[in-house]
Design a protein around this ligand. Structure first.
Ligand SMILES: [Zn+2]
Length: 207
């Protein structure tokens, strides 16, 4: 298994935020039809997918959405909105700690965060509990849990069925059903990926 950052250096992707397999940019990733038209690089697929990082990254994505559910939008502007997001984050972290004994999304001095393969596995192990704590739809969490289990499985996978399951798990659509007022930034209107809020992720563009 090769680290995704190394795969990105070896690929034609210009940024760590782009997909090293199909070269989709972050501004394109919310459009599943557009992503479906891209050509996957067989050479890059040979390096494999890190199911460990998939678990951690999807958990972090869901956590970042859950912190914003009260704001009902992705971009956090100004002190009041930041405080609202921080307060929600603290409530969610405290509940994960007291109800599941999980220390989630806490920055460790010099070592990233407490999010690792073990915390991510436990996050997806009980979708009902995780949904109740995060306020996210249980179906969204359950679908991601199935996708992650499939990625990790060594059994033969029915690719057609997996594709149908994956396409039904479009976060934006599922979140819209739950929270009709939630505003995503319309990334298709942005000039470049660098205009997106990075929100404490450590992705850096490759020069
Ligand atoms: Zn891709």
């Amino acid at each position: 298994m090769v680290d995704a950052k190394i795969c990105t250096y070896l690929s034609e992707a210009k940024s760590n935020a782009a997909c090293y397999i199909c070269l989709a940019k972050r501004t394109e990733m919310n459009d599943l039809k557009q992503v479906g038209l891209k050509k996957n690089s067989a050479d890059m697929l040979a390096f494999g997918l890190s199911s460990l990082h998939a678990h951690i990254n999807i958990m972090e994505c869901l956590l970042h959405i859950s912190y914003r559910l009260d704001l009902k939008k992705w971009s956090v502007r100004g002190k009041a909105e930041q405080e609202l997001k921080d307060a929600k984050k603290k409530i969610i972290q405290d509940r994960f700690r007291s109800e599941l004994g999980l220390l989630l999304d806490v920055v460790k001095q010099g070592h990233g965060t407490t999010n690792d393969g073990n915390t991510a596995r436990r996050f997806f192990e009980n979708p009902v509990k995780t949904a109740s704590i995060t306020g996210l739809d249980v179906e969204l969490i359950r679908r991601f849990a199935v996708i992650l289990q499939t990625l990790t499985s060594s059994e033969a996978v029915d690719i057609e069925k997996f594709l149908v399951c994956a396409l039904k798990t479009e976060t934006r659509t599922l979140l819209k059903l739950q929270e009709p007022e939630f505003e995503f930034r319309d990334v298709s209107q942005l000039e470049s990926d660098s205009e997106l809020d990075t929100d404490n992720d450590s992705e850096s563009d490759l020069e």
